[in-house]
Design a protein around this ligand. Structure first.
Ligand code: ZN
Ligand code: ZN
Length: 193
């Protein structure tokens, strides 16, 4: 009878030890899988994946701005050769192409689509604006208008830069001259009225 009691107690103790060991293993696993528990700091205190919403609003704003900048950077590459930097601007579409995608004509450069258009059509001088240092916004607004005409009205124009030596005042005058194709001339003139 005594022996049976000892065996029973030993067995109970043995099972208890096994259960305790198992429990310890389970608890350890749960802790090591959860990085937010303070017990884990010694191992790796950096959070593994921070959700978007966990960022401070100002940091989120910066990330958005950075994304916008990198989007603009992609515009700096040649549309035909995404690995080549866009170095030369087409005078009609204003896109930046690599040097092999543009050809010089008159005093400007044109892309492969717009060079034939410039060569095959008759162009008319629409507007001449003096680029004086006192009113630099004149030139800027002419380039803005050119962009609006092309983007919104689908009317191609180009701007030449002309220089004239003013002998009396001993300085060089700079002019921006806007050209459009003859059939578009009236519409372009109306745009500037
Ligand atoms: Zn072009
Ligand atoms: Zn190219």
């Amino acid at each position: 009878m005594e022996t049976a009691a000892i065996v029973l107690i030993s067995l109970t103790l043995f099972i208890l030890v096994i259960v305790l060991v198992l429990l310890t293993i389970i608890i350890f696993k749960v802790i090591s899988q959860n990085p937010n528990l303070p017990l884990n700091i010694g191992k790796d205190s950096r959070p593994k994946d921070v959700a978007r919403s966990d960022f401070h609003p100002e940091i989120l704003e910066r990330i958005t701005k950075l994304k916008e900048i990198s989007k603009k950077e992609s515009d700096l590459y040649c549309p035909n050769h995404p690995k080549e930097p866009g170095e030369v601007q087409c005078a009609i579409c204003d896109k930046h192409f690599c040097s092999s995608c543009v050809k010089p004509f008159k005093s400007l450069y044109f892309c492969k689509i717009h060079l034939p258009m410039v060569m095959r059509n008759e162009w008319e001088e629409i507007l001449k604006i003096e680029a004086s240092p006192d009113a630099p916004q004149n030139g800027v607004s002419l380039y803005d208008a050119k962009k609006v005409l092309f983007d919104e009205k689908n009317i191609p124009t180009y701007i030449e830069t002309h220089y004239k030596i003013n002998v009396d005042h001993n300085h060089i005058e700079t002019y921006f001259v806007l050209f459009s194709m003859k059939p578009d001339a009236d519409q372009v003139k109306k745009h500037f009225e």
